[in-house]
Design a protein around this ligand. Structure first.
Ligand code: GLP
Length: 241
C-alpha cells in the first residue's frame, strides 16, 4: 500500500483526480471502476473540468460502478446510476452505453451479478478502481464479515451503513436495506486501486485498513494484499495512524 497524507479534502480530490487524468491520457480506452458517496464528488468535478478543457476524453472509456441499491430503478433519484449520471456521465463526452452500474431492479439479481462479472471480464478487467471507505471499513457495499475473495453478489447492509447513508434520504422515504456490490475479490483484481478518505469520522476505519490485521471485519484491510493500492487521505482521516 502506498499511503499519501495531504492537508485537506480538496488536496485529496486533486491528487486522486490527477491519477485518473494521467490514466486517461496514457490510455484513453481505459476501463475505470467508479464509486459513489460524497467523497468522490470533488474528484468527478475535477475530471469534468479537465474534459471540458479538452485535456482528457472519455469517448473511448468504459466504466463499471462498484454497487447499487437493490430494488431501485436507474431513474430513481436515490439510485447510484442516477448519482453517476448527475455527478459525472451527463457532463462528459462518454458514451452512456459504455457505463455500467449493477442493475438494481434486475428480475433475477443472482444472474445479474454473474452477468456483471462477465461484462467486466469481457472488457478486459478494470484498469483502475476508485474507492471510498465506510466508517465501518466497508468498500463498495462489502460490509464487515464479507468474504475476502467474494464476487459480485447481493449484500445486506448493516444498521450502521443504513444509518450513515440515511442523510441522503428524506425522512419518510424508502431506504433500501439490500444492495448489489462487486465483491472484494472483484475489486482486488483491478490493476490499480485508489482509495480516498477524508475527515475524522473515517480515522478509525483508515487505521484498521492500514495498520490493523487483514480481516473480514475490516473489508478495506484486503487492500493490504493488492500490489498497486494508493490510499489518499487527509490529516483528519490519518489522525489515528
Ligand atoms: C457508501 C458506498 C461506498 C462509499 C461509502 C462512503 O456506502 N457504497 O462505496 O465508499 O458510502 O461514503 P462517503 O464517501 O459519503 O463517506
Amino acid at each position: 500500500m502506498q499511503i499519501v497524507i495531504l492537508n485537506d479534502a480538496a488536496a485529496v480530490a486533486a491528487y486522486g483526480a490527477n491519477i485518473f487524468v494521467t490514466q486517461l491520457i496514457n490510455k484513453p480506452a481505459s476501463v475505470l471502476g467508479l464509486a459513489t458517496g460524497s467523497t468522490p464528488v470533488a474528484l468527478y468535478q475535477a475530471l469534468i473540468a479537465k474534459n471540458k478543457a479538452g485535456d482528457i476524453s472519455f469517448s473511448q472509456t468504459t466504466t463499471f460502478n462498484l454497487d447499487e441499491y437493490l430494488g431501485l430503478t436507474g431513474a430513481h433519484p436515490q439510485s447510484y446510476r442516477y448519482f453517476m449520471d448527475q455527478q459525472l456521465f451527463n457532463h462528459v463526452d462518454i458514451d452512456k452505453a459504455n457505463t455500467h452500474v449493477p442493475v438494481g431492479d434486475a428480475v433475477n439479481p443472482v444472474t445479474a451479478c454473474q452477468a456483471y462479472e462477465d461484462k467486466i471480464a469481457a472488457a478486459g478487467g478494470i484498469d483502475i478502481q476508485l474507492l471510498g471507505i465506510g466508517r465501518n471499513g466497508h468498500i463498495g457495499f462489502n460490509e464487515p464479515s464479507s468474504g475476502l475473495t467474494s464476487r459480485t453478489r447481493v449484500k445486506t447492509l448493516t444498521k450502521a451503513t443504513i444509518k450513515d447513508n440515511a442523510r441522503f434520504f428524506a425522512e419518510d422515504e424508502y431506504q433500501p436495506h439490500l444492495s448489489i456490490t462487486m465483491g472484494i475479490g472483484t475489486i482486488l483484481e483491478a490493476k490499480k486501486v485508489v482509495l480516498l478518505a477524508t475527515g475524522e469520522s473515517k480515522a478509525d476505519a483508515v487505521h484498521a485498513m492500514i495498520e490493523g490485521p487483514l480481516m473480514a471485519k475490516c473489508p478495506a484491510s484486503a487492500l493490504q494484499m493488492h500490489q498497486d493500492a494508493v490510499i489518499v487521505i487527509d490529516q483528519a482521516a490519518a489522525s489515528k495512524l
